[in-house]
Ligand binder design. Structure first.
Ligand code: SAM
Length: 231
């Protein structure tokens, strides 16, 4: 029988563009989303028992990074974007079959909907499968990865007063931990490592229905300038 895969659902995520999404799950616990299951998985039967599980693996398609020609070598941001390594030694989005996998926190289970946090997935991501995280098997004592030894170093995030008020207001409106989300994502320093940020240069990304803009007043520090309705 030929192989064929199709989505079991689509993720509605706080991340509206690729830029500023953390490079792995769990790095921004305030990053939340809802996985909306498609028929026939949306009746409750397929997720029965899942309320006994704290985390799940999502297997998904990097639908905004699909390419015709497979890459053999990639330049991971982890290595500063200027050193190439084999695609299979990285979690790069450009890969054969465009498959991604993330362990995310399962906050709530409903028939047809899973409420998730700690996600690193774009809005609209097609999800192919869900599997329960199994701590005794999935957490390997003594494992190492010399390319990515530990979580990326965090940088300081400051706020302009008005931007913080805007974020608090929109957070209340959305019922989301928006200040935390912005701080957790920007602290990862989304800027490509090869780019030296000039203070006058503005950066921006879309979270929920908002545009968040920031700059680097000095190297190693981000200052959030505004949090406004997305245009
Ligand atoms: N944890 C997953 C893995 O290891 O397969 C994803 C790792 S990948 C390095 C994380 C990046 O994928 C995010 O920073 C974001 O920019 C990108 N991304 C997330 N969802 C995507 C999608 N649906 N299409 C394309 N890129 C996506």
């Amino acid at each position: 029988m030929p192989y064929s895969v199709s989505p079991i659902g689509f993720l509605r995520s706080c991340f509206k563009e690729k830029f500023a999404i953390p490079r792995q799950p769990q790095l921004a616990p305030a990053a939340r989303g809802v996985l909306e299951l498609l028929a026939p998985f949306d009746t409750g039967e397929a997720v029965q028992g899942l309320e006994q599980v704290s985390h799940v693996w999502l297997l998904f398609v990097f639908h905004q990074a699909l390419e015709d020609k497979p890459r053999l070598k990639v330049r991971p941001p982890r290595l500063g974007g200027n050193q190439s390594v084999g695609v299979f030694s990285t979690r790069a989005t450009h890969r054969p079959n465009g498959l991604g996998q993330s362990v995310v926190k399962l906050d709530k289970v409903e028939a047809g909907k899973l409420w998730l946090s700690g996600i690193d997935l774009l809005d609209g991501t097609p999800v192919l499968d869900i599997k329960p995280y199994v701590p005794y098997a999935d957490s390997v004592a003594g494992a190492y990865n010399r390319i990515a030894e530990s979580a990326p170093a965090l940088i300081e995030v400051r706020w302009q007063d008005e931007a913080l008020s805007q974020a608090r207001r929109h957070g209340l409106r959305l019922g989301e931990p928006l200040v935390e989300l912005i701080e957790q994502c920007l602290a990862q320093d989304p800027r490509p490592a090869y780019q030296v940020p000039r203070p006058e240069r503005r950066y921006g990304a879309g979270f929920w229905d908002l545009d968040v803009r920031w700059h680097y007043p000095q190297p190693g520090i981000i200052c959030v300038l505004e949090v406004i309705a997305a245009s």
